[in-house]
Ligand binder design. Structure first.
Ligand code: IDP
Ligand code: MG
Length: 154
């Protein structure tokens, strides 16, 4: 099944919104397959945000992402990358829909609480970047028959 990397950013940790983020993904029906608290360093952030390194906001972004521990998670589910991006909301929280994490809880683009992978390919590569195999768990979730049609959980 598809995987997505979620980071509860330093603002989510500082504002006590980690549980809220986890709860929203749990209630959606997604499966948590890995979770840990980390302090991010420059090499990891430069790899993770490689597409943004040349942009004017990059240094502020890197400094911010190093300013506090973060909670990194791997989630799994049918077409979960797109589902989670919809739950997360637009990058600019002032344009994010009400009901999304960013729309409900954030204002500044550089303080938008959460990272979520933006494609199935990046979901796989980002999960592999942040987690060792032994930190990822494969298990049956008893509620699956009430969340998925049979063909969706193959
Ligand atoms: P995403 O997190 O919604 O995928 P990206 O465009 O990939 O958004 O940008 C990565 C992160 O960089 C954003 O979540 C935000 O924290 C930061 N960022 C993006 N654009 C800006 C900006 O214009 N000003 C400040 N920070 C920005
Ligand atoms: Mg992005």
């Amino acid at each position: 099944m598809e995987r997505t990397l979620i980071i509860a950013k330093p603002d989510a940790v500082q504002r006590g919104l980690v549980g809220e983020i986890i709860s929203r993904l749990e209630r959606k029906g997604l499966k948590l397959i890995g979770i840990k608290m980390m302090g991010l360093d420059s090499p990891l952030l430069q790899a993770h945000y490689a597409e943004h390194i040349e942009k004017p906001f990059y240094q502020d972004l890197e400094n911010f992402m190093k300013s506090s521990p973060v909670v990194v998670m791997a989630w799994e589910g049918y077409e979960c990358v797109n589902s989670v991006r919809i739950l997360v909301g637009a990058t600019n929280p002032r344009e994010a829909a009400a009901g999304t994490v960013r729309g409900d809880f954030a204002i500044g683009t550089g303080r938008n609480l959460i990272h979520a992978s933006d494609s199935a390919v990046s979901g796989k590569s980002e999960v592999d970047r942040f987690f060792d195999d032994k930190e990822l768990f494969s298990y049956d979730k008893s509620e699956y028959s009430h969340i998925y049609e049979t063909h969706e959980r193959q």
